[in-house]
Design a protein around this ligand. Structure first.
Ligand code: SF4
Ligand code: SF4
Length: 81
C-alpha cells in the first residue's frame, strides 16, 4: 500500500443520498451503503485526486484534501506532466 496522508472528509449532515459522488468516482474509493443511503469512503489510498466527487456534490458534503508530498500524488504528476 502506498503511504499517504490524503484525506477525504465527508459531512453526512446535508447528504440527500443522490449517489452522484458514488457514480462520479471512477476508481474504487467510494462504495455505497444501501441501507443508510450514504457514500462510504473506503479505499482512500486509491484516490486519483480528481475532485469529481466534491464537485458533483451540490450539498457541499465532501472535501478532498490531497497530501501533496505523497508518493501517490507524485506518481500522478509524473503521468500527466
Ligand atoms: S453527492 Fe453529496 S448529497 Fe449526493 S450522495 Fe454524495 S455526499 Fe450525498
Ligand atoms: S477525488 Fe476522484 S478519485 Fe478521489 S474519491 Fe473523489 S472522485 Fe474518487
Amino acid at each position: 500500500m502506498i503511504d499517504t496522508k490524503h484525506q477525504i472528509r465527508f459531512d453526512p449532515t446535508g447528504c440527500v443520498g443522490c449517489k452522484l459522488c458514488y457514480k462520479a468516482c471512477f476508481v474504487d474509493v467510494i462504495r455505497w451503503d444501501e441501507e443508510n443511503k450514504k457514500p462510504v469512503f473506503k479505499y482512500v489510498e486509491d484516490c486519483e485526486h480528481c475532485f469529481y466527487c466534491a464537485s458533483v456534490c451540490k450539498k457541499g458534503c465532501i472535501e478532498v484534501i490531497p497530501d501533496y508530498s505523497s508518493e501517490k500524488l507524485l506518481q500522478t504528476f509524473d503521468r500527466y506532466l
